[in-house]
Design a binder for this molecule. Structure first.
Ligand code: DC
Length: 229
């Protein structure tokens, strides 16, 4: 009988490659905790927007970070974890275009990244975690047991994001979404701190032609190979 040890799985990649839904499904199949690190940067962005924080004012940024508490609460009806900012559920508002258009600038600030990375490492301490983001395999958990890097064609990514937005009642044109994705890819990949890049030991998956089930299946197969030692 093989032993089932708990592992850490890092899933990084571009926006709209299905990272979050894949990571969520993988965590649920393995009975692991799922952490959406992008949601954390989105929650900080929402807080900064609401409080009109000047991103160039270091003191304002540091003070604002001290007043932010981010948690995830489980919504039984929707069977999903939802993001809470200072005990308010912000799951819907962090997905809107206002936050999407501003989040890359906020997540490029070192103080913001340091604060989020500290929370992410704490959440992953006990292992048995699937975390998705941009720098999970490179910076947050460089020793993760398994790392994946997801890519996909930009038009496919935009269509997926448009569908998600539609489901939450937001009609956004494909042109606007493509522009937002391309702008974010550029800022996320070229920023000085923790740029989006594939860790050398990450397994790259191009999800363009893959069904959701195939995508999840690929990761689960690899996870089982690693878990059953
Ligand atoms: O995964 P997402 O699209 O919800 O992420 C929102 C933004 O947060 C993304 O444009 C870049 C940033 N992000 C980051 O810098 N590092 C992470 N680990 C996760 C997200």
């Amino acid at each position: 009988m093989p032993t089932r040890n708990k592992i850490t799985i890092a899933i990084d990649g571009y926006s709209g490659t299905g990272k979050s839904s894949t990571a969520k499904a993988v965590a649920s199949k393995l009975g692991y905790i799922y952490v959406d690190s992008g949601a954390m940067y989105r929650a900080v962005t929402l807080h900064f927007l609401k409080n009109e924080i000047d991103l160039n004012d270091k003191t304002q940024v540091l003070n604002a970070l001290e007043n932010i508490q981010i948690d995830f609460s489980y919504n039984k009806d929707l069977a999903r974890y939802e993001t809470c900012l200072n005990e308010n559920n912000v799951e819907e508002s962090i997905r809107g275009m206002e936050v999407s258009n501003y989040v890359s600038a906020v997540s490029a600030i070192k103080a913001v990244r340091d604060a989020m990375i500290a929370i992410q490492r704490k959440l992953g301490e006990a292992k048995g975690v699937v975390m998705d983001g941009r720098d999970i395999g490179t910076v947050v958990f460089p020793n993760a047991d398994l790392k994946f890097f997801l890519t996909a064609d930009t038009k496919i990514r935009a269509e997926r994001r448009q569908m998600e937005l539609k489901e939450s009642g937001n009609e956004v044109s494909l042109t606007d979404i493509i522009k937002n994705l391309e702008d974010r890819d550029k800022v996320d990949s070229s920023r000085e701190i923790s740029p989006l890049r594939r860790a050398e030991d990450a397994i790259e998956i191009d999800t363009t032609g893959l069904s959701f089930a195939d995508q999840v299946g690929l990761i689960i197969d690899k996870a089982n190979e690693t878990i059953n030692v």
